[in-house]
Design a protein around this ligand. Sequence first.
Ligand code: NAG
Ligand code: NAG
Ligand code: NAG
Ligand code: NAG
Ligand code: NAG
Ligand code: NAG
Ligand code: NAG
Ligand code: NAG
Length: 445
Amino acid sequence: MASNIIRSLLVAVLAASASAAAIPGVKATNNTTNSTAMLPLSSDDSFSYELLRTVSLSRSYGADTAEVLQAAGSIIPGNLESFSGAFHKLANHVYAQALAINKTEDPVTAREAFFRASTYFRSADFYLHGNASDPRLVTLWANQTDAFNSAIALLPIAGKRITLRAADNSFEIPCIYYRATGANATHPRATVILGNGYDGAQEEMLHATGFDALARGYNVITYEGPGQPTVRREQNLGFITEWETVVTPVVDYLTTLPEVDAAKIGLFGYSMGGWLAVRAAAFEHRLAAVWAVDGLYSVFQPYYNALDPSTRALWDAGNYSAFDAEVNFYLNSGLAPTETLWSLQQGVWSFDVSTVSEFLRKAEPMTLDGIAQQVGCPVWIGAPSEDIFFPGQPEQVRDALQPGLASYHYLTAADAAQNHCHVGAMAYVNGLVYDWFEEVINNRS
Ligand SMILES: *[C@@H]1O[C@H](CO)[C@@H](O)[C@H](O)[C@H]1NC(C)=O
Ligand SMILES: *[C@@H]1O[C@H](CO)[C@@H](O)[C@H](O)[C@H]1NC(C)=O
Ligand SMILES: *[C@@H]1O[C@H](CO)[C@@H](O)[C@H](O)[C@H]1NC(C)=O
Ligand SMILES: *[C@@H]1O[C@H](CO)[C@@H](O)[C@H](O)[C@H]1NC(C)=O
Ligand SMILES: *[C@@H]1O[C@H](CO)[C@@H](O)[C@H](O)[C@H]1NC(C)=O
Ligand SMILES: *[C@@H]1O[C@H](CO)[C@@H](O)[C@H](O)[C@H]1NC(C)=O
Ligand SMILES: *[C@@H]1O[C@H](CO)[C@@H](O)[C@H](O)[C@H]1NC(C)=O
Ligand SMILES: *[C@@H]1O[C@H](CO)[C@@H](O)[C@H](O)[C@H]1NC(C)=O
């Protein structure tokens, strides 16, 4: 009984989760062609999406195509350990390559190898959060950080780690700052603040969009707040609703830098970061522009919508113990798709709680209800046509903002940009994002 309920429940659902949408319609099981379907990288939708996400960093030094496809060949659909193991092996291999290079003599070669190794250590960690005491959560993160630090030290202008503090001193905000070439006090530059979402690291942001920002002459700073990889691990803090408490110290810091044009600061939120960024902008009014890639109005609502009627009734009745029993029964049944299993495990881990109901209760206040009107700057909103998890959400963000502030972009398979976060299509999407930023900041000045 319970199993039937839950089976129909979360299934198509929680899957896509805040970050890892499946790639619907990609199952090319016969030889009928379909020009709007993308070739999958695994028969497991979640693995296929995460493999695409990883291989997509190849265009910006974070991976290499054949290395990822080679690792993918040994991954067993539905087997989380096999995913981790394949990337751990690859990470160690590429890290050993990096160490063998004399970085004084061949800094570019060493840098690129360290960047790739770092990405692969992160991929090895991705599916392990179901057990918060798994020691690999610590060691793999130490490895990704170590490899990334070796890489950014070898950039033409070295990336610099900075630790800021929340105004009330209750937590630390780890950041990495990348000054643009040619930026100085007499030629201050526009600057972008890059934040990830439900499951991604600030290191990923350099590859996903940071290098494209630097190429356009912007200074770049990435950061993490509570719930995000380093803060969750080192400070034991789960996600919080008051995201402006994370962003405001970053803006404060930027305004102290002579090479930063304080009138031209943009905030980029990736995945669930699309919610975090707009939330922060409702309270932090020094931002010139915000990107929600993609638009998310309520963090909780997509999970709620995905519940089947009887499980939703338990939630509505506030019967959380029965709710968790149903969910756990399903997750332990072996029938849950990887997306569902991963997304709920990641929710429990990243919100630093022990049950799915606690996670969802903490997510419930994360809405733009009543605050979207307080945003005072233009907002670029992405809406991927095949994001099965957030349907309707980008439109809600668009409609809640003050008139004239939303720049809404429906992105489809015609541009290969249909997936959650447009992974694999960031050459195109970053072009849209930064060309729009030019318009915004030039009209202002
Ligand atoms: C083709 O792929 C698209 C996108 O995945 C999907 O929506 C559509 O149903 C597919 N069409 C057919 C005929 O399978
Ligand atoms: C592929 O198409 C050919 C020609 O239409 C057909 O004979 C064959 O059975 C198809 N194969 C599959 C796997 O659908
Ligand atoms: C092949 O795929 C198409 C498009 O998804 C579908 O309409 C058709 O029924 C499939 N044919 C077979 C034999 O599976
Ligand atoms: C790396 O190259 C530099 C410059 O040629 C050299 O001084 C140094 O000894 C080399 N390091 C190693 C470990 O070979
Ligand atoms: C979690 O990992 C720890 C350390 O490896 C292990 O001792 C523990 O049994 C694991 N817990 C579960 C529920 O698998
Ligand atoms: C990964 O980190 C662990 C713990 O710090 C360390 O023992 C191990 O040597 C590291 N591996 C690599 C490849 O750096
Ligand atoms: C500042 O940067 C500009 C180029 O962006 C350069 O022409 C100028 O010499 C620099 N000024 C100083 C003081 O370094
Ligand atoms: C919660 O639901 C369970 C299972 O349906 C039921 O046995 C229990 O009485 C409910 N508890 C409350 C307080 O309603």
